[in-house]
Design a protein around this ligand. Sequence first.
Ligand code: ADP
Ligand code: MG
Length: 714
Amino acid sequence: MTPEAQQDTSTPGAELRYALRALTDRLGHPLSDADLDRVFAGKPGTYEVTDAVAALEHAGFVADYGKLALGKLDPALLPMLVFDKAGAPLLILAREDAGRFSVLDPETNAPRVMTLQDLKPRRIRYGLRVRPGLARTGGDTDEAKGGHWFWSSFRNLKGIYLQVILAAAIANVLGLTTSIFTMVVYDRILPNEAIDSLFALVAGVGIALGFDFLVKSLRSAFIDSAGRRADQRMAEKLFQHVLSMKMAARNKSVGHMTSVMKDFEVVREFFTSASMVALVDLPFVALFILVIWMIGGPLYLIPAIAVPVVLAIALIAQPLMRRHMLNSSHDGQSKQGVLVETLTGMDTLKSVGAESLVRSRWNAAVKTQADNAGKGRRVAQSTINLTTFIQQACQVLIVFYGVFLVSAGQVSMGALIACVILTGKTLAPLAQVSSVMTRATQAIIAYRQINEVMETRTEREVGKRYLPLAKLSGKIELEDASFAYSDEIGDVLSDLSIAIQPGERVAIMGPVGSGKSTVARMLLGLAEPTGGRVLLDGLDARAIDPADRIRNIGAVLQEPWLFSGTVRENIVAGRYGVADTEVLEKAQLACVDEIVARHPHGYDLTLREGGQGISGGQRQCISLARALIGDPNVLVLDEPTAAMDVRTEARVISNLDTYLGADDARTLVLVTHRTSLLKLVDRVIILERGRVAYDGPKEQMLKRPSKPRSASVA
Ligand code: ADP
Ligand code: MG
């Protein structure tokens, strides 16, 4: 039994986690707590099958969840997790013979034989099949990531698209009936006044039209369902990627990112909507021309010339359109950028009276965008007008040419009318082609932009084997660590070497801009050293599973960010299995209890995005409580009390002092300006311009004759 497997199975979902571990252990790569928590999506106490599937896929397994019949279970699929009526998991290890299975007994962690009869009362209906995936064999390829974000989303949908094409073929053939009907009526029924035959014909055509209607409805339904599935997969992958992007890749503005994400709509709309249908109809244009040739002889020449002309026009217009659209998509970004920046900084903007600044930026962005979009629209409109003109000219030409053929006796009157109708049908999809092409161009531009984002590096490299680190002892070392935000600015931290032992309490001080927050961010993995290394427990931090690192280091950033949601949700922050008592305890430690006590909604007090709705000091209290959840062995706090009043700060300091004193193993790294916080530490490191200016005991620092500027700030 792996040590992780020994856990209590009383909370809902814990059984599932246990079974997942046992299963993956047998597949040669047991999931760690980090693996299981990383994609946990549900409520704090529960762990569900969807979480399990996501966790498995993340860890590089291939997982399918679906219905199954136990009696017909293929032994090749074992070991496999199955679920009974109540949703409780059961791990089936092997099939002994036709009616007997070897099942894992969670009590003893040993196999036990159960017959189909034993299993029957549990009414097993669903199963979770897990196989080692490609990612397990390594490599940061698309394949390893579970496929390219875009193309793989259409995987398994081939069947649906084949059905769409088949439906299109049937609909197009049925579309011929009305013209043939008209021809027969003019040539056979009218001259003979054969009313009986007319009834029969109408009935026949009626059935054909009804069938046509049915096929077309089915076709839209197929496209819709395929589209929805692809859409969901793509959106999920995209968001997952955004979440796991490295800081260096995130450097682009929020406005740019929002506009890229908005572009996703264009791509999705194009590839998953009915606009594709027009393209499916295109090959059938040849069929119509063939029929025109069969019944109208040389009349086929007119559509046969018009079709390539219309296609050529649509193609020629594309490069022109693309140019304008590229322009407008860049400007669209800045428009989006201005909007996002304005909304985030609204209060500051108003208080300093900078409305005119953003207003003029906004107006400029709107104007260039409108200009470009206008040019693009004019090109698009011209092609559509030209296509319509050709379409109408064709109808007139067919009639014109037809009159000569009819009087020469080469073509019947009915055939001429049928040809007019057929020509209309031939050119109809072409009219759509130019607008579909325009949208295709847009979609391709958008696709490229999203693809650029999707190709950036992520924090967690797929296929890379991370070291699971269930509990960090708290030894932190920086070895010649340097960091630069960008090449132009140069190193913000240069060759820092700091060693912090487990249980040590250290303050990092120094003037503004000396790199204190950057050190904190480096310890948290938000900034990766550009030179040197960060070691946690003697291991290179880059090798440690990011999820484990996060679980083991409680952090308060200099500008804490709260999510929209309740205070409770903010404290728990999506972690698995956090008990209410712990939330209360940590809230008390961080003085959150005072905030909620004064509010009628208590812990259900709802905050808006970014923590609006409460004061800055209160925000710090909540983020401190959040950092303490799970009792991490290491705390990295960046000016955690900067916005608190003296009384609250004093209470927080004394609470933290007691908390840290209760367990000698807890390491504290505290970035601060305030001497009041020095009560919590024994050792002080002073940074100056990214270098260590002092590193030693607190008392000695306070006695230093020439105090550094930073210490006199507070
Ligand atoms: P402090 O000691 O005040 O916490 P920081 O570590 O936040 O200082 O910043 C150190 C230096 O890094 C500053 O000079 C600042 O100009 C630069 N810096 C901080 N954040 C960024 C960023 N996101 N992009 C570029 N430069 C940054
Ligand atoms: Mg700072």
